[in-house]
Design a protein around this ligand. Structure first.
Ligand code: SF4
Length: 99
């Protein structure tokens, strides 16, 4: 599978996980509130990124979103409670296994 195909499949899986929360009463913080309020997830400002990352902690799909963000570190913004630079650093520390 090519990288773009894997990204699309992984993103579809994450969106399915988000959709599965519909009707549960759980809030997805980055999808709740005004456009201005949710812009901090893609902000270039470090303080806003950290604020967004802290708000992810209450998200019902935190684990799935973090897994996506770690698998796709070139994605801009905060994913799964981690900024882009935190995800890159975490990926550098993860052991690599030969396929
Ligand atoms: S964990 Fe992912 S889906 Fe949840 S608020 Fe954070 S960025 Fe959004």
């Amino acid at each position: 599978m090519f990288i773009d195909e894997k990204r699309d499949v992984d993103l579809a899986d994450l969106i399915d996980a988000i959709d599965a929360t519909e009707g549960s009463g759980d809030r997805i913080p980055c999808r709740s509130g005004s456009v201005a309020a949710t812009a901090i997830w893609t902000s270039d400002d470090a303080d806003e990124q950290l604020e967004a990352a802290s708000r992810c902690e209450s998200c019902p799909v935190l684990a799935e979103c973090r897994a996506y963000g770690l698998a796709h570190v070139r994605e801009k913004g905060v994913w799964g409670g981690m900024t882009a630079s935190q995800r890159k650093r975490a990926n550098r520390r993860r052991p690599r296994f030969a396929a």
